[in-house]
Design a protein around this ligand. Structure first.
Ligand code: FAD
Length: 554
């Protein structure tokens, strides 16, 4: 055996080849995920953010490149490792990442994925940033966690103006600086979030971490059960101050250069999202600064959750687009039973249904981005963003896993091997539904919004009706109005109500912005129930070929 191992490998020759490789699609690389996407470009122009196109084109080329695919594969295969101590026994609580992770972080933060909404000099910053995020999530998803938390953390830190003055320029800089230094010495900084404890994640009133005043700041003692991106420079954390849940900023390094006690107990062995470290941590007299009023911790940090949920909507739409792109490519080049897969009627139905679902998801994400952009000057849009964020978060997170499984199946066996992107997309797809509010909690938030801020429900119903005089839509809007008004058993009906509202909203957006044949097929299937229980069950009259062609990257 060992003698054979030592023999030099024979160069491959035609003589020892057993077969010719046939009927395998060419690698999907060298395309532009931004400029080729008509639906994305249309949404961006409508939102008044076409100015981001040059940056989008550059990012789109990166995402469609072989280099990006290699980085994503490596960062998820060679996963982060915890180093609690150095070789001399000193506690360091560091996480080692593969170089591919650092490169991805540099690319994402260098492109302003985390900051464009705050730094844009023109209107439409949320939509422009959403476009970049939508494209990025077609390449790699683990990096989106620190990107999103840094983006969302900026808003919360503004409740502590002195901290914001120091931190915001670093948090919005287009730079990734992984050095463990005090924020003042860094070229760019990142933010994480530490809310969830063992005894409660959704129910943040159960927080047990204690804060005690000390020298103009506070010392925290307690634990966090999920804390992602633990190498971030600061964490927004909840702790009890005089028994009232309060929000704090925990810097990883102190101004004198020493590390703040931040004891990483272990890294979670996660089902997906593997490039990103998620940890269990303990605070032991850990220095922290107050953010927002004492006792208002949940209300303060929920603003971060709201923006994170918005990002999740965009990310989910991007992931669906990624699955669709893969499925279209494969079916275009692979043949079975004498013709290309894309020419088989049953496959056309699947691809067309995927295309409809992906388009509706993208329109939802960009309408939400537009509502965020308009929020400062339009109370109605602010109310729409309030209710639409959990609504869209719930629905797209529910659709994404179903969508991904179906897109994966289009590739047959090739879809189920780790060399391609589907392993990552598949394992990632349920995650967004869990963090930042799991399904039920998110539906209850929609109900809360409708009850406490009735203008948000009015804005939502108006947005649905804006789809025009469509019988299905009118019927849905009428039903939603009376179902929301009826408070009996409302929690029991929460998922049904949110699902109905989300589908009607998507139909309204399709009627306004999609090709009339696509909008017609969406309404017939999703509102008219001329549809089965899985994707690929559109009515036989559907012009599937047209829908497929529209969804191809140009
Ligand atoms: C990969 C990953 C990374 C994470 N990173 C972070 C992080 O960086 N920082 C952080 O703070 N947290 C993080 N989390 C935690 C995440 O936000 C929580 O897991 C999530 O909020 C749910 O909380 P829980 O796990 O305590 O579940 P629970 O709150 O126990 O909920 C369990 C289930 O019960 C349902 N439920 C809860 N309340 C109700 C109700 N009133 N009515 C009906 N159903 C209800 C929920 O919808 C859920 O389905 C992360 C989680 C994951 C998976």
């Amino acid at each position: 055996m060992s003698a054979r191992l030592n023999e030099p490998a024979l160069p491959p020759t035609r003589a020892d080849a057993t077969h010719e490789v046939l009927n395998q699609p060419p690698p999907l690389a060298g395309y532009n995920a931004f400029s080729g996407d008509r639906i994305l470009l249309g949404s961006l122009r409508r939102a008044g953010a076409a100015w981001v196109e040059p940056e989008g084109v550059a990012l789109g080329a990166l995402i469609g490149s072989e280099r990006m695919q290699t980085l994503a594969l490596q960062a998820n295969r060679y996963t982060p490792e915890l180093k609690t101590h150095d070789r001399f026994g000193h506690r360091i609580d560091a996480v080692d990442f593969h170089p591919a992770y650092h490169e991805l972080m540099s690319l994402a933060f260098g492109a302003g994925l985390h900051s464009l909404a705050w730094t844009a000099k023109k209107s439409g910053g949320f939509a422009a940033r959403a476009a970049l995020n939508y494209v990025w999530n077609q390449g790699e998803q683990g990096i989106s966690c620190p990107v999103t938390m840094t983006f969302a953390g900026v808003q919360v830190l503004r409740y502590a103006p002195a901290l914001a003055l120091e931190w915001e320029p670093k948090l919005t800089a287009r730079a990734y600086d992984p050095r463990p230094l005090p924020v003042a010495q860094k070229t760019g900084a990142t933010i994480g979030m530490a809310m969830t404890e063992k005894q409660g994640g959704s129910d943040l009133r159960a927080v047990t971490t204690i804060a005690k005043p000390a020298d103009g700041a506070y010392l925290l003692t307690g634990h966090k059960w999920f804390c992602s991106a633990p190498m971030s420079d600061g964490f927004l954390a909840l702790a009890r101050l005089d028994d009232r849940v309060t929000c704090f900023l925990v810097p990883r390094s102190l101004p004198d250069g020493t590390r703040n006690p931040f004891l990483i107990q272990r890294l979670k062995d996660k089902i997906g999202n593997r490039s990103n470290a998620s940890s269990e941590i303990e605070f032991r007299n850990t220095r922290a600064h107050l953010v927002g009023p004492p006792g208002k911790g949940i209300a303060t940090i929920i603003e971060m959750a709201h923006l994170t949920r918005f990002d999740i909507v965009v990310a989910s739409a991007g992931m669906m687009r990624a699955g669709l792109t893969q499925a279209l490519h494969h079916c275009e080049h692979r043949s079975a039973f004498g013709s290309r897969l894309a020419e088989h009627a049953a496959m056309q139905n699947v691809l067309a249904d995927l295309a409809l679902e992906s388009e509706a998801a993208a329109l939802t994400a960009f309408r939400l981005a537009e509502a965020f952009d308009n929020s400062a000057k339009d109370a109605n849009e602010r109310m729409l963003a309030r209710i639409m964020t959990p609504l869209a978060k719930y629905w797209l997170c529910k659709r994404n896993p179903v969508f991904t499984v179906e897109a994966m199946e289009c590739l047959g066996g090739n879809g189920f091997v780790e060399d391609g992107p589907f392993g990552r997309l598949f394992r990632e797809s349920p995650l967004n539904g869990i963090w930042e509010g799991s399904g039920n909690v998110i539906c209850l938030d929609v109900l809360r919004s409708a009850e406490r801020e009735p203008e948000s429900l009015t804005a939502l119903l108006a947005e649905i009706r804006a789809g025009g005089d469509n019988a299905h839509l009118n019927n849905y809007a009428d039903r939603l109005e009376s179902e929301f008004a009826d408070r009996s058993n409302i929690e029991m009906r929460a998922r049904r109500l949110v699902e109905m509202a989300a589908t009607a909203l998507q139909a309204s957006l399709m009627l306004r912005h999609a090709d009339s044949r696509a909008a017609g097929a969406f309404c017939a299937s999703r509102l008219g129930f001329d549809w089965g229980h899985v994707l690929g069950t559109l009515p036989a009259r559907t012009e599937c070929k047209v829908l497929i062609e529209r969804s191809r990257l140009q």
